[in-house]
Design a protein around this ligand. Structure first.
Ligand code: SF4
Length: 339
């Protein structure tokens, strides 16, 4: 396919700017880390047993987001999870020692694998599963401090919801950020409250804006997660959520298509014909339009997601993530962008 230069007019937050694309490299998170550290940095995903989410335990809602298969994130959790679940109101955490051990074991196993396979020498510890700030502050302090004490760890990335952030947690993260690189990953999904209600998100646009701004004001890095293909959202709405996310000066972004996993609330809507999954064509077109409008300093951490086992109900194009990424790469190249 011939490579070509392209000039694109972008309207962003009422400003019109002219950008020239000449097979420009998209700033992936890998490129961002290489530019900053001069070498490859890998994120090491961690799942700590005992963590849950206020949208599952009944604090803001029960059942979780309609697409969430609550206990499916990690088999490790299912094997080792304590019957006890944490929340910020718990006075004592009898599982802290076990959680610290679990953190160390998981980190060392993945680190070893990455070192052997890619020769990776530096890492970010990524607290990925469930809501990783939904616990007593002392538990969070112990886990984050331990993670940063491992050799060759340059920072943390903490996945959470905006309604589970507090000023006290931000105080602590701000301190950590003086010596290491601290990221907070917020699930945004959409900035439309009616959509958030439809997916039983238990969070709203006001709270998301408030805490993302507060997090940025502390000098922390923010990665926003968006889902394209949410119920009753058209492309204009998806791109509007994207623009509103950018307006908060985030540092990085992840895009996911909404797919239906068995044993979720979304399954019922899908089977009744009340939810029609996004097509691959529309998903790719929306992701490409988004990436074309990304400011140069915002990195991309993920362009799609998939699930390769029999738990996937629909759409079938989400089965193979590698094929999806190839298709997105091709579509970006047509626009003069190299992913
Ligand atoms: S916020 Fe995350 S963990 Fe909680 S229910 Fe939604 S998808 Fe599941």
């Amino acid at each position: 396919m011939p490579w070509r230069a392209l000039t694109v007019t972008i309207s962003l937050q009422n400003k019109t700017v002219l950008k020239k694309y000449n097979n420009k490299e998209v700033l992936t998170i890998g490129r961002y880390f290489r530019q900053k550290y001069g070498e490859t940095i890998y994120k090491v995903p961690i799942s700590i047993g005992g963590f849950t989410c206020p949208n599952i335990d009944g604090t803001v809602a029960k059942g979780g987001c309609t697409f969430c298969e609550n206990d499916s994130f990690s088999p490790n959790i299912q094997e080792k999870k304590p019957s006890f679940k944490l929340n910020p109101r718990v006075n004592e955490n009898p599982f802290l020692d076990m959680q610290l051990k679990q953190l160390q074991l998981q980190f060392e196993a993945t680190k070893q694998r990455l070192e052997n396979k890619f020769g990776t020498k530096k890492f970010i510890v990524y607290f990925q599963s469930f809501t990783n700030t939904y616990a007593p502050l002392e538990t969070l302090k112990a886990l984050y401090t331990k993670a940063l004490s491992f050799d060759n760890v340059v920072g943390l990335s903490i996945g959470t919801r905006t309604d589970c952030m507090t000023d006290e947690i931000l105080d602590f993260l701000e301190e950590l950020n003086k010596d290491k690189e601290i990221w907070v990953e917020y699930g945004i999904q959409s900035f439309y409250d009616q959509t958030l209600e439809k997916i039983n998100r238990g969070d709203d646009a006001y709270t998301m804006r408030k805490w993302i701004k507060k997090t940025k004001d502390r000098g922390l890095k923010v990665c926003g997660h968006l889902i394209y293909g949410l119920p009753d959202e058209d492309q204009e709405m998806m791109l509007e959520s994207f623009n509103q996310t950018l307006a908060l000066n985030i540092d990085s972004i992840k895009f996911h298509p909404l797919y239906v996993v068995k044993n979720t609330l979304l399954t019922k809507d899908y089977k009744k014909g009340n939810f029609i999954p996004i097509t691959e064509e529309l998903y790719i077109d929306t992701v490409v339009k988004s990436i074309k409008n990304l400011p140069e300093n915002v990195s991309v951490q993920r362009v799609t997601a998939g699930i390769e086992d029999s738990s996937l109900l629909a759409p079938q194009w989400c089965k193979n993530k590698h094929v999806q990424v190839q298709n997105i790469r091709k579509a970006l190249l047509k626009e003069g962008l190299k992913y």
